[in-house]
Design a protein around this ligand. Structure first.
Ligand code: M6P
Ligand code: ZN
Length: 191
């Protein structure tokens, strides 16, 4: 195993900014337009308003080896694509038996999860919420508020990200604005 000396990272809860990020990933609408149920509205926004930042991940860089514990923040901007709130791409772990922990730092989110056998779950997250993503559950976070939603994540280094299964199958549940409030509804495009 790689030898790592101890370190501390300072985190700004409002923005998710790390004092010394090992990497920063930005996902824009153009990176994930096809994941929103209203593809026409995603295309209209890209054409009329230009690209927009959906979320940013800042993490510490660690070797992808057994025993290492990667951790990062994610900041999802406020906004919607049609009725659907800004969200992450979402993924299964390549190693399905690996779980993950999320901790809310600021704002209001909904953690949407599902299994390959058809179970679904949607959990509210605010500052101070510790959410458990059990093994075998795909996970996507959604900003259900009107300010940035920021959370901290911790997982095992060999879990790996499987995006392809979600890109192919989608999530069964969407988070949309309905009657003036966020609502978790069935995805009409997933049977
Ligand atoms: C959380 C963790 C990360 C993940 C990030 C963004 O912070 O689960 O591993 O990268 O959310 O989600 P995604 O990778 O699905 O875009
Ligand atoms: Zn994960």
């Amino acid at each position: 195993m790689g030898y790592i000396t101890p370190f501390v990272t300072e985190i700004d809860f409002a923005s998710g900014t790390l004092s010394a990020p090992g990497y920063v990933i930005q996902r824009k609408l153009s990176d994930m337009a096809s994941m929103y149920v209203d593809g026409d509205e995603a295309a209209r926004i890209l054409a009329d308003e230009g690209d927009r930042l959906i979320y940013e991940v800042q993490g510490v860089e660690l070797p992808a080896e057994e025993g290492q514990i990667p951790h990062c923040t994610t900041r999802i901007t406020a906004g919607r694509i049609g009725a659907e709130y800004h969200m992450t791409k979402g993924h299964y772990h390549a190693r399905r038996e690996q779980g993950e922990v999320y901790f809310g730092l600021s704002g209001h989110g909904i953690l949407v999860m599902q299994t390959e056998t058809g179970e679904t779950s949607a959990q509210e997250m605010v500052a101070g919420s510790a959410a458990y993503v059990p093994p075998f559950w795909a996970h996507r976070t959604v900003n259900a508020g009107d300010e940035d939603f920021v959370f901290f994540s911790v997982w095992e280094a060999r879990a790996g990200h499987d995006y392809g299964t979600i890109e192919r199958d989608g999530f069964r549940k969407l988070v949309v604005l309905r009657d003036g409030a966020p609502a978790v509804v069935d995805n009409p495009k997933v049977g």
